[in-house]
Design a protein. Structure first.
Length: 644
């Protein structure tokens, strides 16, 4: 060893089957060591591969290596491992050994990582069941941060974060942590108020952890793994019955959310709700409801709609209504929950119940004077009215919806929407105008086009992404208006104008949101309307090329509205191939592509589209002279043939 060099050994533990992942970790440790060498620090990976053949029990020799390590990384996937004679697997024995060293203070930290197990393998064998049970036990203990990965890229990201975090804590934090004294009295007062605690009784080390977390979140590239470590340390320093304990849990859940450890974040949120869900104290209820909101966000992101709606409904049913008159914060939170429930019901096409929830939201937020609004209550006040108008329009109450929009336009002038501030509220006026135009279009009122053009002319140059999304929707709605009026040349001009503007916007702003799913439905709709307009102008070759371009770009989309358009495009292409081009094989190729794309998700395709394609397939085989195959398909019937 070179004089003055500090050597840190990192033990890698895993059952067999993860050789590739172990090598990834070794490579990262080696690369990191070369960087740290200039600071006179060297890293060395240690594992069973490094143990030479010897007499005696092999695991005993590995355990001796562990005694000399400074950190450990545990990996599990779908194998538990082989018995060592004392324990059911070598990795289990290594884990218990590391736990012992950790409890004795010889190893300060270690990482536990699980590779995702496919759903169809979760009950496949005894090893998998053992691993899942082991993971559940660790989650119940809540002593360790469990991390998960699916791909090798995920693992690389995790390990780099783990090493950065470990050295950050080891090199810079520990000495500061031990010597820390509170000097930010203003922050101290704010924290004391937040956790209902006498400022003088706050443990300085607890305050230090919170201050470090706040600092991390102000950085351009926050180290969320470090935030997790500080939140867990703060949690250990706090008494479990005190608010500072839950304050640290709340920060922990946020950091877990930010590293995409959604299972861990949900578990932390559940712990907060179990502690304070039945409390009669306002501050404790607010912690519980904030945790519930975080859990709702995760369920929504994971597409767990039934669980999302169930949790929302239960939370509203159990809401501490007796505390509403004493807490503006609870009014804001309840309004937000009503709006969320209304939106999910609207998404599920339960418009009557969605309407009731938006009305509940309006009634709830009316208890709060407007001059007491913050950003959240401003947005909820706005969105509950906007969404109620949309629900009324969906139900065919066009005049009632228009009245709401007119009143909102009076409230949200150009001047006061600028004053409202940042974020979602900056789109207030264009959002109202768009919903008003959509409502008028549904009501066959041609003045909708004037409003659409107003949006396009006045807001296309906006740098605000939310405003721009309404511009995109306005172009799409204009295309629908012109299509309905059979102004096909103007439909094409509208689409070309949009795509020219959109490409310029992407080049100038380089905003990634412009390529995301949120505007896909409008972009696909504009492409499709242009293709249909070309067809109606008897420019069939151009129309087909446009339709094929749309298929190439979007046929793998998971968005329902896009899939509906794609299904209709397949129907149009099959019809053209079969009856206009007399290309039976071409028609059958399109039919085959349609079946491969939609056989598992047939329920989202319109019945008419399925019926048409069914008829086309039967006719293809009749025209080929294969009556037997045609009759075989015909006997399934249009609604069942995709199953077969």
């Amino acid at each position: 060893m070179i004089e003055g060099i500090r050597l840190f050994r990192i033990f890698i533990a895993s059952p067999s089957g993860l050789e590739g992942e172990r090598q990834i970790i070794r490579n990262i440790i080696k690369d990191r060591s070369s960087i740290l060498l200039k600071e006179k620090i060297m890293l060395e990976s240690v594992g069973w591969e490094d143990v030479p053949p010897n007499n005696g029990r092999p695991q005993e020799i590995i355990n001796e290596y562990i005694d000399n390590c400074d950190y450990a990384i545990f990996l599990w996937h779908d194998r538990w491992g082989s018995s060592t004679g004392k324990y059911s697997s070598g990795t289990e024995e290594e884990f218990l050994k590391i736990k012992e060293l950790h409890n004795n203070g010889k190893i300060k930290r270690f990482s536990i990582i699980f590779k995702k197990i496919d759903d169809d393998l979760k009950n496949s064998n005894e090893d998998v069941i053992k691993i899942l049970d082991f993971k559940k036990e660790l989650m119940k203990e809540q002593l360790y941060l469990l991390q998960n990965f699916s791909t090798k890229e995920d693992l690389e990201y995790l390990i780099k974060g783990i090493l950065e975090n470990w050295f950050y804590i080891n090199k810079e934090i520990e000495e500061k942590f031990l010597q820390y004294k509170i000097d930010d009295q203003e922050f101290l007062r704010e924290l004391a108020e937040e956790i209902d605690h006498n400022a003088g009784n706050i443990d300085p080390k607890f305050f230090f952890c919170i201050e470090e977390i706040k600092a991390i979140y102000k950085e351009d590239n926050p180290d969320y793994n470090a935030a997790i470590v500080f939140a867990k340390t703060a949690k250990r320093l706090a008494a479990e019955e005190d608010l500072e304990y839950v304050y640290s849990l709340n920060l922990l859940a946020s950091a877990q959310f930010d590293v995409k450890d959604f299972d861990g974040a949900i578990q932390t949120c559940d712990e907060i709700s179990q502690m304070f869900g039945n409390s009669k104290e306002i501050k404790k209820q607010i912690y519980h409801l904030r945790a519930t909101l975080k859990k709702l966000m995760i369920l929504s992101m994971q597409g767990r709609i039934d669980e999302y709606l169930e949790l929302l409904s239960k939370t509203l049913d159990d809401f501490p209504n007796n505390l509403l008159d004493s807490s503006e914060e609870l009014i804001k939170i309840k309004t937000d929950f009503f709006n969320r429930k209304g939106r999910i019901l609207a998404h599920l096409e339960n418009i009557p119940d969605a309407k009731k929830e938006f009305e509940n939201a309006i009634d709830c937020i009316s208890k709060l004077p407007k001059d007491r609004d913050d950003n959240l209550s401003q947005y909820n006040r706005f969105s509950s009215h906007l969404d109620l108008g949309l629900a009324l329009s969906d139900l065919g109450y066009y005049n009632e919806a228009d009245s709401i929009y007119e009143e909102m336009l009076q409230d949200y002038t150009k001047e006061n929407t600028t004053e409202i501030g940042n974020g979602l509220m900056s789109q207030a006026r264009p959002s109202i105008l768009y919903n008003k135009a959509l409502n008028l279009f549904r009501n066959k009122n041609d003045t909708s086009l004037d409003i659409i053009n107003n949006i396009i002319e006045n807001y296309s140059n906006s740098d605000d992404i939310f405003t721009y999304l309404k511009v995109v929707s306005a172009y799409s709605l204009k295309g629908s208006f012109l299509t309905e009026k059979e102004k096909f040349l103007e439909v094409i001009e509208n689409s070309k104008a949009f795509f020219k503007m959109h490409e310029n916007k992407k080049d100038n702003t380089r905003n990634a949101t412009l390529d995301l799913d949120v505007i896909e439905k409008d972009i696909v709709n504009l492409y499709a309307m242009e293709a249909d307009a070309l067809y109606n102008l008897d420019r069939k070759k151009e129309s087909k090329e446009k339709k094929l371009l749309i298929l190439e770009k979007f046929k793998k989309s998971d968005i329902k509205s896009t899939k509906l358009i794609i299904a209709n495009l397949y129907s149009a292409l099959i019809y053209s191939s079969l009856y206009e081009e007399k290309d039976i094989d071409g028609a059958l190729n399109f039919i085959s592509e349609f079946e491969q794309s939609f056989c598992r998700i047939k329920n989202i395709v319109e019945t008419e589209t399925v019926f048409n394609i069914f008829q086309y397939k039967v006719n293809c085989f009749f025209q080929k002279g294969d009556r037997e195959e045609a009759m075989k398909i015909y006997k399934y019937g249009p609604l069942n043939y995709l199953n077969n």
